[in-house]
Design a protein around this ligand. Sequence first.
Ligand SMILES: CC(=O)N[C@H](C=O)[C@@H](O)[C@H](O)[C@H](O)COP(=O)(O)O
Length: 238
Amino acid sequence: MIVKQQILQRLKGGIIVSCQANPSTPLGRPEVLAALAAAAEQGGAVGIRADGPANVAAIAELVSVPIIAIYKQVHPGFEVYITPTPQAAQEVFACSTPSPAIIAFDATDRPRPNGYTWQEILRFIQNELGALAMADISTFEEGLAAAEAGVDLVATTLSGYTAPTAFKREQGGPDLELVSQLAQEVPCPIICEGRIRSPQEAYAALCAGAWAVVVGTAITAIDRVTANYVAAMKACTR
Ligand SMILES: CC(=O)N[C@H](C=O)[C@@H](O)[C@H](O)[C@H](O)COP(=O)(O)O
């Protein structure tokens, strides 16, 4: 319990940098992602979010801030891909010494492989692994249900990435409304994750009630950030 509070306090008010990249791209190699994570830590990041055993292991070698580990896996016929089974949680937890402090998982109410429920994955993370569990959710109702089930953190990661919330992605920007609603009604820390593109938006997320923010693309995706510049500059006809 003391350890849990210590970890949560380390994250409070800070930026967690999500260091992820598709393995088919130049950044998608463990040593590259580990370098990005170390640079983020030097810049003041209070945590790193990372995907998959190889990347988490490489990052754990170079950083000392808490790692939020996930394991993205595509199971044909299922939409859930963020740590979709207890085995995925086990594998990404066991890949480094020390093990990641926090495991994040999809806590939306959608079917999972082998009939697993998110509640089973939650209990596995907390009781079998002894890690903190972060629920990636897309709606207020999912956040409330996750908090009632006893998750340690609720993150807005999937707002905009499920069919009923897809319109939020088109609106652009982080889902500050969801952050604010959850922060008022839910007793556990709320993490604003997804589509934060500037320091000003990260500040707004904290003001809306976020315990901490997660920023990925805007900091680490050099390829996509560059492409955004290129696209914007094409509009100049001079
Ligand atoms: C929806 C989904 O799969 N999100 C993933 C979760 O780990 C990552 O691809 C995102 O990069 C991360 O959530 C951070 O968000 P942004 O890159 O917008 O700052």
